[in-house]
Design a protein. Sequence first.
Length: 596
Amino acid sequence: MKARVALLWVMLAYALWPIHDALAERRVALVIGNSAYKHVPKLTNPVNDAGAIEKLLRTAGFDVIESKQNLGVNDLKRTVRDFTDMTKDADIAVVYYAGHGIEVDGTNYMIPVDAELARDIDVEDEAVSLDRIVRVLEPVKRLRLVILDACRDNPFGRKMKRTIGTRSIGSGLAKVEVQTSDTMIAFAAKAGSTAADGEGRNSPFATALVNNLGIPGLDLRIAFGRVRDDVLKATSHRQEPFVYGSLGGSTVSLVPAPAADPAVAMQAEMRRDFELAGQIGTKEAWDQFLSVYSNGLYAGLARAARAKIVAEEAKAEAEAKAAAAKDDAITKAAIAKLQADADASTAAAKTEAANKADASAKAAVAKAQAEAKAAVAKSEAEAKAAAEKAEAALKAEAAARAEAAAKLEAANKALDAERAKLAKVQVASLPPQDGSQDGQPAPTGPALIVEIKKELKRIGCYSGKLDDDWKSPETKQSLAKFTKIASLAKAPGEPDAVFLNTLRHQITRVCPIECRKNEIESSGKCIAKVAPPPSVKPASAKPNAEPKSASPSPAGSSGSMADLFYRCKSNDRAACTTICSAGGERACQKLGRMRN
């Protein structure tokens, strides 16, 4: 009985606490409605919406309500500044704004009625930011609530001039990150979307606020959830309010809940505890319930539920013991039979296993001996065949090298004879050195560059495009390569007919084919290398002499008459002397000038 009386007093105190708490808290509010805009069309409902919210807050018993309408920029900033004095010792503070708002570069602003906002940079001077409102509410102790019915379709953004190309001006308001605890910011429409002004006296958002925030004892989080549902229904899902921030675990409402009847509250508490104990469904849960509630309907039901659990547990225990005894007898009989069967088969298995192991061992030894003999015979035969093959390969290789050396020496002698014969007639048979050919005048300008590149490509020194670009990297590399191989004094700095004539006198390929690492040249093409067969060199064999290297091609030798003419033109004294001694009159004259 004493426990029930104590519990009753506790529940009574708990029921009366919200009233006492509400009376002790200091609650202030700032309500602003801007409708009469001077530079854009006027809005119909913001002043009406602000009046409805002011009435709601007065009914909720707020201590101070500052209500303003149609504020210019100076009055709006002064009003926000003065509201700072009211929030210093407040427990709950609410700011409601209805009118035009705008988002610039992620920052939300409330727009006064006299704002022009001709340029995007004017917003910081002619409007008030949401961040400033949040800073004004920082001293508030328990709840900071900002409600913005300012997401209407904004005419300022359409006519505003951009002074910075990267500055963004959004439709509706931007998403906010609430940094302070116990702070809620409610938008009439979620970030990036617009809200309707409404066709009636109030906007859909303001109507939903009045219908839900004033319900006594209703937590704000649930209230704003109902506001969302009402607005979605009223606008056919075109407008969805959104709330940012978070609150603690206690219930926070604008209108305190009425005091509850202690007896009814106690009966409700008993029923809630009974349902909780039933959900757990154990003896301990029912014992805990009966320790608090020993009389009444729920106490009798709790004892019946506990007795049912005890009976079910006893029945289950007896059934478990009987099943365990039956299983134990069956297990023992099975074990005995298995043991007898195992003893009977063990002896036979041991004898059979021993006989099989002996036969397997003998067969394995015989097989291993036979395989070893076969392997030795095979190894000896393979070694003998390899030695004979290697010896035959060495003999064939020596014969091939000797034959190649003889052919190479004969070719060199024939080549030397041909060079001597060619040198005697080259001077007399050389065509004009001005680059003309077949009676046609020598090319000049871009045509000369194209002809030089054609000749370089013909002798294998150029692989680029046949264009008139003399300064391209491919052209420079080609000239340097030919100059080095032909042993010229230097590469021509500019295209000239003499150099073209020098190229035309190259009969065969001058620049060698450049193959990759794993390729070799064969008949003017790069082919993959073929690895030679392995050979065994006898210990007494001496290495064959390497064949004599072939002499360089006449096109690459320094004795070519066309090359000598070009080098003589480049003031090569030795080249001029050679040509002069062969009967070249101009070369003799140039040599005389060089000596003088």
